[in-house]
Design a protein around this ligand. Structure first.
Ligand code: PGA
Length: 250
């Protein structure tokens, strides 16, 4: 695990977008996974800008959705799929067949997880998996207590996720379960990147990156992933102790 700290959110986001540029330059047909949420918005904006400037070519790659609120219609504002389309897929030249998402309305969750797992293994695993971190240390919807060795699965949402998740919706929304890629996907990704911003994430980042490696803090798995890169702004890094793993601004 390597940690890079940038002065502001915008610089951290550009560094994340640059990881995607480098990945597609090295392997145009890469399988990529991006998170939804507040954190990736500037990274996606930068990727759209890079595409307009001709600095990146998405024509040969594939995208897989990280997670979804189980039972939610994908057209609902606040769903992960809706976010990815409005912030990214609708703004760049990507064909529908390049995109794979969980069907959150499925009547057979196990089969849906198997379909997504098979798609990933059929592509020889994820080349670049970018995730955010929740206030409870979740990655995707891998909630506290999730087995580090799980692939895609149904998850029962933690109360923190239920409460924090309301920020994505205009009205109070019932959130109970999710469907998500697993921590094993992150472990096996050729490159795993975590992005985080702001002082509100500082305590959970300190616990995840410098505390005990435990399933109670899913993001602590990153400590055991040698190919993991953690991109933080200064505010998010503010509770970290000095360490040889950390590069960038103090
Ligand atoms: P956020 O979500 O980017 O909206 O903070 C991160 C997450 O819960 O994974």
């Amino acid at each position: 695990m390597k940690i890079s700290v940038y002065t502001h959110y915008e610089e951290m986001s550009t560094a994340a977008a640059d990881q995607v540029v480098a990945q597609l330059a090295a392997k145009p047909a890469s399988l990529l996974c991006f998170p939804s949420g507040e954190t990736p918005t500037a990274m996606l904006k930068q990727l759209v800008r890079y595409a307009e400037e001709g600095k990146i070519d998405f024509s040969a790659c594939y995208f897989i959705g990280l997670d979804e609120w189980l039972g939610m219609d994908e057209s609902m504002e606040g769903s992960c799929k809706h976010y990815m389309y409005t912030h990214f897929f609708n703004l760049v030249a990507i064909r529908p067949e390049q995109i794979v998402f969980f069907d959150a309305l499925t009547t057979d969750v196990d089969q849906e997880c198997a379909r997504v797992n098979d798609f990933i293994s059929g592509h020889n695993g994820l080349d670049l998996m970018i995730v955010g971190i929740g206030m409870n240390g979740h990655l995707g919807l891998n909630e506290p207590g999730t087995d580090f060795d799980a692939y895609a699965h149904r998850s029962s949402l933690d109360q923190v996720t239920v409460n924090v998740g309301q920020k994505y919706f205009k009205n109070d929304t019932v959130l109970k379960e999710g469907i998500t890629l697993g921590l094993r996907h992150l472990k096996e990704a050729k490159k795993a990147v975590l992005i985080a911003s702001g002082t509100k994430k500082a305590p959970i980042l300190a616990a995840a990156l410098q505390g005990e490696v435990t399933i109670d803090v899913p993001a602590s798995i990153l400590q055991d992933i040698p190919q993991a890169l953690i991109l933080l702004d200064k505010a998010a890094a503010s509770a970290l102790k000095e360490s040889p793993h950390i590069q960038g601004v103090k």
